[in-house]
Design a protein around this ligand. Structure first.
Ligand code: NDP
Ligand code: MG
Length: 381
């Protein structure tokens, strides 16, 4: 039995992770579940999996709602600090960091420092954490397992390793999102519903909007740079509309390894949680190549998706924390109906210009910069 803690249990990745636990009975035991404010969803999962610890980070929640919905008495950690406080004495073999947003950064740093192996879904912590997290990871040697499907695919193509020294290019695949074939001016005025209608993946709202603007692929380029240590020009984006090819590694000898399968986040989640020890019945459905026919690739349109070039710029200028915060805030403004979709890259560009040259050197400095960038970005709306 592997003991796991699921941070962000009520989200898209968290709930799919619980589905993996359900299907791998006897292999995984849940020690902790966390949410921000969706107490009923947390209580339902807690009553099913009965972890001894629960974490609720939201400040404006009615604690009674959770207590009355629970049919047992776990230890509950409340408030913003609870994510990291709950790690003390936690008897977990592995943490799944599937919280959304910058909240994942202090949690990742604490897991690395405490040598708690981590299945990492929260990409913001790598993107904003950049060299600070990379250094901490190298110093502590804490095992990480990528969950983001592209990075999980690359990790597998490298032989379950982050050593990309034999690789020439990492090809990150992208679906292209719902606006792949929509003209740029029409996309700029798209509604919330249109932006949330992803063609191949069912994910949380923030990452779904990021997929529509392709800022998500920008974040993933940065994520790949810090996970695999590749230079920015060795990381390329290619569109594969059906999301069947999850990513590819082109080696120096020109051969290419690709990881291919139906789009199902439970597959990389299961791999990150269990390695190659998954149960007899894998969670994914097998791909039938007779049905697939052809798999097409396309070059991304950088004019239509300016967030991609902005992400590379942020990487070169060591402004990845600024890119992350400005994008997160801009997406929140779009989802709240305060800006148009087309304004997201404009706000990111202005934030990158405003904070040029500010390179944080600790998690605390990143968190301060993150909040300054958010205030600035909001002021533009
Ligand atoms: P969701 O929005 O669906 O879920 C987020 C989870 O984090 C929920 O449990 C939520 O609690 C919790 N949460 C939200 N804010 C905070 C906070 N400030 N502090 C602590 N917990 C918080 O997100 P996803 O599952 O889509 O994404 C999670 C992470 O995984 C993101 O970093 C995303 O980029 C990454 N990812 C997601 C993929 C996907 O398929 N969804 C694919 C690849 C990566 P509550 O429910 O109470 O709000
Ligand atoms: Mg991804």
């Amino acid at each position: 039995m592997k003991k796991i803690a699921v941070y962000g249990a009520t989200g898209s990745v968290g709930s799919q992770a619980l589905d993996v636990v359900r299907r791998c009975r006897g292999l995984l035991e849940v020690e902790l579940l966390s949410c921000c404010s969706r107490l009923q969803e947390l209580a339902a999962a807690a009553n099913e999996f009965r972890p001894p610890r629960l974490v609720v980070t939201g400040e404006n929640v009615n604690r009674e709602d959770l207590l009355t919905a629970l049919d047992y008495e776990p230890r509950i950690f409340w408030g913003e600090q609870a994510l990291t406080d709950s790690l003390t004495g936690l008897p977990a073999d592995l943490v799944l960091n599937a919280v959304s947003g910058i909240a994942g950064l202090p949690l990742l740093a604490a897991c690395l420092e405490a040598h708690v192996p981590t299945a990492l879904s929260n990409k913001e912590s790598i993107v904003a954490g950049a060299d600070v997290i990379r250094t901490l990871w190298e110093q502590t040697g804490t095992p990480l397992y990528p969950v983001d499907s592209e990075h999980a695919a690359i990790y597998e193509c490298l032989g379950d390793s982050f050593d990309a020294s034999e690789a020439a290019v990492l090809w990150l695949t992208a679906s292209g999102g719902p606006f792949l074939d929509v003209p740029a001016d029409q996309m700029a005025h798209a509604s919330r519903e249109e932006a949330l209608a992803h063609p191949t993946w069912n994910m949380g709202p923030k990452i779904t909007v990021d997929s529509a603007t392709m800022a998500n692929k920008g974040l993933e380029v940065i994520e790949a740079r810090y996970l695999f240590g590749m230079e920015p020009d060795q990381i390329r984006i290619v569109i594969q509309p059906g999301s069947l090819v999850h990513s590819m590694v082109q080696f120096r000898d020109t051969t290419v390894l690709a990881q291919i399968g139906l789009p199902d986040m439970r597959v990389p989640i299961e791999r990150a949680l269990l390695g190659r020890d998954a149960g007899e019945k894998p969670v994914g459905r097998p791909l039938d190549f007779w049905e697939v026919g052809s798999i097409g690739f396309r070059r991304p349109d950088l004019g239509k998706f300016p967030c991609i070039a902005l992400a590379y710029e942020a990487l070169r200028e060591k402004e990845t924390a600024v890119f992350n915060a400005a994008d997160d805030e801009a997406v929140a403004l779009f989802l709240a109906g305060r800006i148009e979709l087309g304004a997201i890259p404009e706000l990111i560009e202005r934030a990158l210009a405003e904070f040029r040259g500010e390179v944080p050197s600790s998690v605390e400095e990143i968190m301060r910069l993150d909040s300054a960038v958010r205030t600035f970005t909001r002021s533009l709306a």
